[in-house]
Design a protein. Structure first.
Length: 576
């Protein structure tokens, strides 16, 4: 049947079902999907999903600089970036805390518990309104509470959260790039659920209908020790001289599963971990691969089915073998299985620690004064430069003169030899938080303690949450440093290796401490109830009685006895 004779409504339905992509978008867009699985030392299993979408910057409209064609790149994200003049954006949804001492460093950049957002935006007069609009827009897109990131939770880092894209490459000595500024906000108490995962999956070209994304089962992902969902948008170079650029959208899901919890063994499969299998690769993906970082040779295991490619040893200091499965070469559903020739798994004693990690805890007692201390560990045999960032809410008043940076057990090291740079932004009540940033040089094989004291502010009773006695969440401190490849960041090196990216000699690592719970002076919220009860009682007894007396009408009435006597007298008189 000729197309011209088809009814117009049918042609419209066909056009909506099979959108015609322009040659520009089809040629310039690219999509890759990867899954990295790595056994951890404590018997748990790391599963890292990564979906990368690239669009050529040549697809920009010459008039207004906006993307005129959208193929694989999600239009909703592109419009948000264009409208809010965003150069780089990083959004993470995390539940749980990454255990650096047991698991090393995560594959992608780690994040604090809750929801974290930071973005580099073009500097103009509307940057503050653009930031507020950005948080509200992302809140509606991902069904999250990002609209609560107001001025009291927004900070402007000066030494941390440097740009990671090609246009604003990381520069350890530069405080701010001209023409752009960064905004940072975090909601430590925000919970992550299926409502956030569903719109996140809709940004993928194949959704969860095909490819690696079919394994993203919310019931399994949210029943884990740790899970983090992220979106990273940045410009990247297409060649060595960076003469042309692309806009990169990286969507990641990192989860730490525990197969030992159910069976007592480390055996796992896609069916047991995710409740699903990979049916096929995403049809529009340029690369669709599953990578398994195999254990060392002294462990006896069996991996089925057989892998397509094995990488025994590389020049990127990766000593463990790497098995790669190319999904485009598999016609049948893929259900990886790994079995171990051992009985019940016994948790080993952890002897190796990551090179740099930190812990944060509260000091002091009572509801008036307190303090916070961060212990930063450097397990290397050489000094290490780091950036320290901590955003403290306005209701904890820091005293800068009580700031003390010392090395535990090494009193001969002067504080000035450790602190290379210092930036402090005081808080404004109910307007902005306090920001403490430092560049520190950690001595070799040392524990550096950063401590400061604060006072707790008396809040208005309307500023307390419904669960006032629970306390207020205080965000984590962030440690940023550059580390060479090693065992603690091996998984990240492997992913860059198998995705055909240039493995850098040093990686930018972020370490997040614990979030704290600050107990503020809380009024007795039962007192209003007691006052209302007492007032109502007084009104009912006193005012009610007086009011009743005032409005009651009085009249003279005779008693029934007197009436009967009067009637008897009348009867006697009549008879006589």
């Amino acid at each position: 049947m000729p197309w011209k004779k088809l009814p117009s409504c049918i042609l419209l339905l066909l056009a909506l079902a099979y959108p015609v992509q322009s040659k520009l978008s089809s040629q310039k867009d690219s999509f890759q999907e990867d899954l990295l699985i790595s056994p951890l030392k404590d018997g748990k299993l790391l599963a890292h999903f990564q979906f990368t979408t690239l669009v050529d910057a040549g697809g920009l409209d010459e008039k207004d600089g906006r993307y005129a064609h959208y193929g694989l790149f999600p239009k909703s994200i592109g419009q948000i970036i264009d409208h809010h003049r965003v150069q780089e954006l990083h959004l993470t949804f995390t539940q749980g805390r990454w255990q650096y001492e047991d698991w090393g460093y995560p594959v992608a950049q780690s994040a604090g518990t809750g929801v974290e957002l930071w973005a580099w935006m073009k500097l103009d007069d509307s940057i503050e309104s653009n930031w507020r609009s950005l948080t509200n827009t992302l809140s509606g897109l991902f069904c999250a509470s990002l609209n609560f990131i107001d001025g009291t939770l927004t900070s402007q880092p000066e030494l941390s959260f440097r740009p990671e894209g090609a246009k604003n490459s990381y520069n350890h000595d530069e405080r701010m790039r001209e023409g752009a500024e960064v905004r940072y906000g975090i909601l430590p108490h925000e919970n992550v659920c299926t409502e956030n995962l569903t719109p996140w999956i809709k940004l993928l070209p194949c959704k969860s209908k095909a490819g690696i994304a079919t394994l993203l089962n919310a019931h399994k992902l949210y029943d884990t020790n740790y899970h983090s969902m992220a979106i990273h948008i940045r410009p990247v170079c297409q060649d060595a001289n960076c003469t042309s650029q692309s806009l990169e959208l990286v969507q990641t899901v990192t989860s730490v599963l525990d197969p030992v919890r159910e069976s007592g063994r480390r055996d796992w499969s896609f069916s047991s971990l995710f409740g699903r299998e990979i049916q096929s690769a995403c049809p529009v993906s340029d690369r669709s691969a599953v990578t398994v970082l195999l254990p060392s040779e002294q462990h006896e295991y069996q991996l089925t089915p057989s892998y397509d490619t094995i990488i025994e040893r590389t020049a990127a200091q990766v000593e463990r073998p790497i098995a790669v499965y190319n999904l485009s070469q598999h016609t049948e559903p893929l259900n990886l299985q790994m079995t171990w020739n051992e009985g019940e798994f016994s948790y080993p004693l952890q002897t190796s620690k990551p090179r740099v990690y930190a812990h944060k805890y509260m000091t002091g007692y009572g509801h008036e004064r307190g303090g916070v201390t961060v212990n930063i560990f450097n397990n290397m045999n050489e000094s290490q430069d780091i950036s320290y960032f901590d955003s403290v809410p306005w209701f904890l008043k820091l005293y800068l003169h009580t700031l003390e940076v010392s090395v535990l057990g090494k009193d001969h090291i002067d504080q000035n030899d450790i602190v290379q740079d210092l930036y402090y932004q005081p808080a404004v009540d109910r307007s902005r938080p306090q920001v403490l940033e430092m560049k520190l040089r950690l001595p070799p094989d040392s524990v550096t303690a950063v401590s400061i004291e604060f006072d707790k502010v008396f809040l208005k009773y309307t500023e307390h949450r419904p669960d006032a006695n629970r306390g207020f969440d205080v965000g984590p401190a962030v440690i940023t440093t550059l580390l060479p490849a090693g065992d603690d960041n091996l998984a990240s090196t492997v992913l860059e290796l198998v995705t055909n990216r240039d493995t850098p000699t040093r990686q930018n690592i972020k370490v997040y401490t614990e979030i704290l719970l600050a107990s503020l002076p809380t009024p007795d919220f039962s007192m209003p109830y007691n006052v209302i009860t007492l007032t109502c009682t007084v009104i009912a007894l006193f005012f009610g009685s007086i009011f009743n007396l005032l409005i009651r009408g009085f009249s003279v009435t005779e008693d029934e006895v007197d009436e009967k006597k009067h009637e008897n007298k009348d009867e006697i008189s009549n008879s006589s």
